[in-house]
Design a protein around this ligand. Sequence first.
Ligand code: AMP
Ligand code: ZN
Ligand code: FE
Ligand code: FE
Length: 293
Amino acid sequence: MDCKQAGIDLHIHSTASDGTLSPVEILRLAETLELGAISITDHDTLKGSRDLLEAAGSSVVRVLTGIEISTTPPDFCKIEGSFHILGYGIRLDDPALNQTLETLQHARENRNPFIISRLNAMGLDITLEEVIQASGEAQIGRPHIAQLMIKKGFVRTIDEAFEVYLGFNKPAYVDKYKLDCQKAIEMIIKAGGMPVLAHPALIRIPESSRLESLVRILKEMGLQGIEVYYPEHSAENVEFYIRLALGHDLVVTGGTDFHGAIKPDIQLGYGNGDFFVPFSVFDLLLKRQQTMV
Ligand code: AMP
Ligand code: ZN
Ligand code: FE
Ligand code: FE
C-alpha cells in the first residue's frame, strides 16, 4: 500500500461508545480497505482509543488517539444542533482528562433511566436492564436504546426512533450535562492534544457569519482545527470551511463518523461512497502537534 495515496478516517465510533464494531474489528477493516490512518473518537470515553492503540502495534495503518466531547457553546451563540469538540493526539493517561470524562460518563448513566421512564409513560414496554444487557460493555447512549426499540418492534429504524421519540424536542428526549467548550478545549490541550471543531454543518447556527464569530472565539480559546471533510457536508460547506480554516490559521481534518450498523449508510473511510480524506491531512495534523509542544 502506498500510504501517501491512501485515504484516512479521523472520526470513528467503536463498541466503547455507540458504534457496533470493536476497535480491533475497526483496525482490521481499515487494513482491508487500505486506509492510511485512523482515529477512534468515541463519545466521552477513551476506552476505544486505548484498545485501538494496543492492537495497532505492527499494523500498517497509522493510529492517532482521539475523543469526541459534547459541549455547550459560548453564551452569545444559540445553537440548535450538535456542538462537539474532537481531541486528537491526546495522552490517554492524562489524569484531568480521565477525571472529567468520568463525570460525563456518570451524567450519561444518570440520564438513561429518565429516557426509559418517558418511553414507559408513552406505553412502550422497555427496561434499562434490557438495554444494558443488549449493549455489552458499551457506554449506553440513545442509539443503544433505539436498537432495542427496533428489536422489540416499536420502530423500524434508528432514524425513526430518533424522529418519533429520542431526538431533540421529541417526547422521550432528555438533555444531558455537557462540558463548557472552553473547558473541553483547555483540557485537550493540557493532555497534549489538538482540539478540533467537529462537523460544523451539524451545529446548526442560523447564519454562516455567526459560525465565523464562533470559530474566532474558539480559536482564542485554543482551537487548532476544523473538521472540514464530513459526509454530510456539501461542496459549498467544504469550500467555506476551508476558507474559514485558512483565515484563522486552523488545520483541516476529516472523517466519516462511522458507527457501523447504527449508521448503515456510512462506510469506514468512504462514507456514502464518494467520500475521501487524503493522507496529507494526517501529516499536516501531526506537524501541527509538533508546533504546539
Ligand atoms: P447520545 O450520545 O445518547 O446523546 O446520542 C447521540 C448519538 O445518537 C449521536 O452520536 C448519533 O450517533 C446518534 N444520533 C443522533 N441523532 C440521530 C438521528 N436523528 N438518527 C440516528 N442517530 C442519531
Ligand atoms: Zn455516536
Ligand atoms: Fe458528533
Ligand atoms: Fe461522532
